[in-house]
Design a protein around this ligand. Structure first.
Ligand code: PMP
Ligand code: GLU
Length: 396
């Protein structure tokens, strides 16, 4: 066998795979509506693009410090204080090539082979694979649409064992859009207070795409802050997915470890992107709020359209830009010889029959559901949901 074991055991990112399949069909001239990828369809705000142009003109084209320019790390520390009431020194911040790398850094720095990492399901596709790469063991806590996909303190406590090293979650959540309130986080914190050795990796990348109460970070609880790794980034809030910039804030030991590992893997993220990141941090939230309003309108639209499709069971997501409906009512049905056994079959059926790309729930740890991204125009969303409805109606 040529390739290492770890690559054989690693699953391909299903979000990326479905987006790729959608693009391939579109390249063949098929009118595909791509609701698979979690990517804002807006352009990056002008003031951020201008900062990047200026960075090039000013020759910010050399290697940067591994953890990012000090000015950027200070700007991020300022953001965390201003928007989240979290105090961090700039050297507790490590800027990476997307929040994805920040998450991978944290897992690789914290998890030993055999360590357990508790992950509530549904979870974002890459969490379990990152744990696998670190040779850790994912321990999943199942949730249901009825509980709005949020775990209880009792469920958390029941999942903890002497091997538990970390708890890994997102709020607002990709794929369910669920958001933990301050009270709900406080309940989880009470459990963590009993287990001071457990780290908490808190993925807050959808912080600003939150339609309910103000975003709360679990790091705001002083009794656990020291062992929370806050991960955030610019991809979603500022429509900067292609720029590849995200960051983490942690205690100094973890931050230095992440700096060390990143120094061996990528050196640092792009210098020009980092200058744009400073502008994003310091430019206020006007453009972010505008995009949030658009997402809210789309959420309400898709919710109404989904309600009219028989056999679809969905919560009303409070944040992010996804729906994660239970579609198990269609399992066992068929159309022209194509039998739908599971969510993967259904996602392929919708791609081929409705020409709408979505992602199967298996990749998120929930085989009963599919994920629909609504980061698309209202016109496209209406058309996509219409096509989905027609295709599902053909299943008998
Ligand atoms: N966390 C979650 C929950 C996500 O949906 C994503 C997707 N972009 C990321 C992290 C990674 O974001 P990026 O690497 O683009 O900053
Ligand atoms: N986070 C996005 C998603 O869930 C982008 C894809 C990815 O980074 O895997 O679709």
């Amino acid at each position: 066998m040529t390739l290492a074991q770890r690559i054989h055991h690693l699953a391909e990112s299903q979000t990326i795979k479905m987006a790729k399949m959608g693009r391939e069909l579109a390249a063949k001239g098929i009118d595909i509506i791509n609701l698979s990828f979690g990517e804002p369809d807006f352009n990056t705000p002008e003031y951020i693009k201008n900062a990047a142009k200026q960075a090039l003109d000013e020759n910010y084209t050399f290697y940067t410090p591994v953890a990012g320019y000090p000015e950027l790390r200070k700007a991020i520390a300022g953001k965390l204080k201003r928007e989240n009431n979290l105090a961090y020194d700039f050297d507790q911040i490590v800027v990476s090539t997307g929040a994805k790398q920040a998450l991978a850094n944290a897992i690789l720095c914290l998890v030993n082979p055999g360590d357990e990492v508790i992950i509530p399901t549904p979870y974002w596709v890459s969490y379990s694979e990152m744990v696998k790469l670190a040779e850790g063991v994912s321990v999943f806590i199942d949730t249901t649409v009825e509980q709005n996909f949020k775990i209880t303190a009792a469920q958390l406590e029941a999942a903890i064992t002497p091997k538990t090293k970390a708890f890994f979650f997102s709020s607002p959540c990709n794929p369910t859009g669920s958001v933990y309130s301050r009270e709900e986080l406080a309940e989880l914190v009470k459990v963590f207070e009993k287990y001071p050795e457990i780290y908490i990796i808190s993925d807050e990348i959808y912080e600003h795409i939150n339609f309910g109460e103000k975003h709360e970070s679990i790091a705001q609880f002083p009794s656990v802050k020291e062992r929370v790794v806050v991960v955030n980034g610019f991809s979603k809030a500022y429509a900067m997915t292609g720029w590849r910039i995200g960051y983490l804030a942690a205690n100094k030991e973890v931050a230095q470890a992440c700096d060390k590992i990143q120094g061996q893997f990528t050196s640092a993220t792009c210098s020009i992107t980092q200058r744009a990141g400073i502008a994003a941090c310091e430019g206020g939230l006007e453009s972010v709020l505008k995009m949030k309003e658009a997402f809210l309108k789309r959420r309400n639209l898709v919710y109404e359209l989904l309600k009219n499709i028989p056999g679809i069971k969905s919560n009303l997501p409070s944040g992010a830009f996804y729906f994660f409906p239970d579609v198990s009512a269609y399992f066992g049905k068929a159309h022209q010889g194509v039998v739908i056994k599971n969510a993967l079959d259904l996602s392929l059926y919708l791609l081929n029959e409705a020409h709408v790309a979505i992602v199967s729930g298996e990749a998120f740890g929930d085989p009963k559901s599919i994920r629909i991204s609504y980061a698309a125009s209202e016109e496209k969303l209406k058309e996509a949901l219409y096509r989905i409805k027609l295709a599902l109606a053909k299943l008998t």
